[in-house]
Design a protein around this ligand. Structure first.
Ligand code: SAH
Ligand code: SF4
Length: 413
């Protein structure tokens, strides 16, 4: 995808005055506040304790978006709430719909002008399968890991999201679904950011999502995806089963993975897989591995066989994702016949494997693309340098690592 084919976002111009960044609103978001804390606060105001429960019901059952939605509270208390807290931490939301209405991509502006994305995917009922509504949410604005195939990676790290900023993406999508009489059934942390680098906030968000008194989503319906932050995986293992863990592996060989997941090169693939294996053993839940397949880079038979050897006999599932086209990389998605061949090698080794069909490609559904488009076009020389660096690094990674027949055209020459 060239820079000129980036999505144009005329409606988002309305948000433009928010940049450059404003100071962050210091009031905590209500959805991130624990019941005990709210109880202390209402009691401190001389109000009965049950007011805290009424507030939480307004936030979670009625998905309140403003103080005006806190109808069960007396007007004076509503005013106090507004002074102390933010009822919604999403200052503005822009929607783009695609796939005949099945995919809704949301770009949210936060109080300081930071932009994050969430994607709602509707899966209508099919024979033998109930209707599902999955929301993909962000855990950080930007990301420090810097994967060269990812639009968020190109943006770089901006900041961690607060717990309420994570949860309000869920409440916002649930509000949209409720308008159609529908419910959210699954939440996946696969939007912008590396969840295990904002782990405390991600864990308190998961707690709120799973709590029957708040969002009430079964832990089995929550997936957290990590680029392989080993200490974070180990911390999750010690905590016990909380959600499904997905590990973005992308390559079984270290030199290639170092290029594809740059910040995590301090943990060799074997260590990442060991940590994931221990997690599966301790929690009894199989780990899913994500592999974004990039034409001629990590999709060869050599890579498929290396991955099959690495995972043989494990309680694992591999999800193959054709790379979504993103601006400023020299790479493109692997052709479908190559992806199917890659899947066959894994299936032959007895490894459960599925191919994920991308949703909402035309509106840039790989998270980070709308925010990247809004960040504006980087200077042409910077883009050219980035492309050259990606080609050079992957060439070094691939050279000598595989037979000439497997070397991708134009890379490593
Ligand atoms: N940082 C975490 C979670 C967010 S990214 C992680 O990396 O796992 C979620 C998933 O989107 C990852 O598996 C990532 O590899 C994938 N992804 C990012 N950019 C993509 C692209 N251009 N095409 C396909 N998948 C992409
Ligand atoms: Fe960060 Fe995940 Fe994108 Fe890598 S793929 S840059 S870890 S958001």
């Amino acid at each position: 995808m060239t820079s000129s084919s980036r999505p144009s976002l005329p409606l988002l111009d309305a948000m433009r005055p928010a940049r450059p960044k404003a100071p962050r609103d210091p009031r905590p978001g209500l959805s991130g506040v624990a019941q005990s804390e709210l109880e202390r606060w209402v009691e401190g105001l001389g109000e009965p304790r049950y007011r805290a429960r009424q507030l939480l019901d307004a936030v979670w059952r009625n998905r309140a978006a403003s103080a005006g939605d806190l109808r069960t509270l007396p007007a004076a208390l509503r005013e106090m709430v507004e002074q102390q807290y933010r009822v919604d931490t999403l200052a503005a939301t822009e929607l783009q719909v695609s796939d005949g209405g099945l995919t809704e991509k949301a770009l949210h502006r936060l109080s300081d002008g930071a932009l994050i994305e969430s994607v709602l995917m509707r899966y209508p009922a099919r024979p033998g399968q109930r209707e599902r509504h999955t929301l993909c949410i962000s855990s950080q604005a930007g990301c420090a890991v810097g994967c060269p195939f990812c639009a968020t990676g190109e943006l770089g790290f901006e900041r961690d999201l607060e717990t309420a900023e994570i949860l309000d993406q869920v409440r916002e999508a649930a509000r949209r679904l409720a308008a159609d009489g529908k419910r959210l059934t699954n939440v996946v942390f696969m939007g912008m950011g590396e969840p295990l680098l904002n782990l405390d906030r991600v864990l308190s968000s998961v707690e709120a999502l799973a709590d029957p008194q708040r969002f009430g989503l079964g832990a089995r319906h929550i997936t957290v995806s990590t680029s392989g932050v080993v200490p974070g995986i180990r911390r999750l293992t010690a905590l016990g089963p909380q959600f499904t863990l997905a590990v973005s592996l992308h390559a079984a060989r270290d030199p290639l993975r170092d290029v594809l997941v740059p910040l995590n090169r301090r943990w060799p693939v074997a260590e990442v897989v060991d940590a994931a294996r221990e997690h599966a053993a301790a929690t009894g839940r199989r780990v899913s591995y994500e592999v974004t397949l990039i034409s001629g880079v990590n999709d060869t038979d050599v890579d498929a066989r290396a991955l099959a050897e690495l995972l043989r006999g494990d309680l694992a599932h591999v999800n193959l994702i054709p790379m979504n086209p993103v601006a400023h990389t020299p790479w493109e998605a692997s052709p479908m016949d190559r992806i199917e061949r890659f899947a066959d090698v894994l299936l032959d080794a007895g490894i459960a494997t599925t191919i994920r069909r991308n949703r909402g490609q035309e509106i840039g559904a790989a998270c980070g693309q709308l925010a990247a488009a809004r960040a504006g076009e980087p200077a042409a020389p910077a883009v050219a340098r980035r492309r050259e660096r990606i080609v050079a690094e992957s060439a070094v990674a691939l050279r000598g690592e595989r037979s000439h027949a497997d070397a991708p055209a134009g890379v490593g020459e």
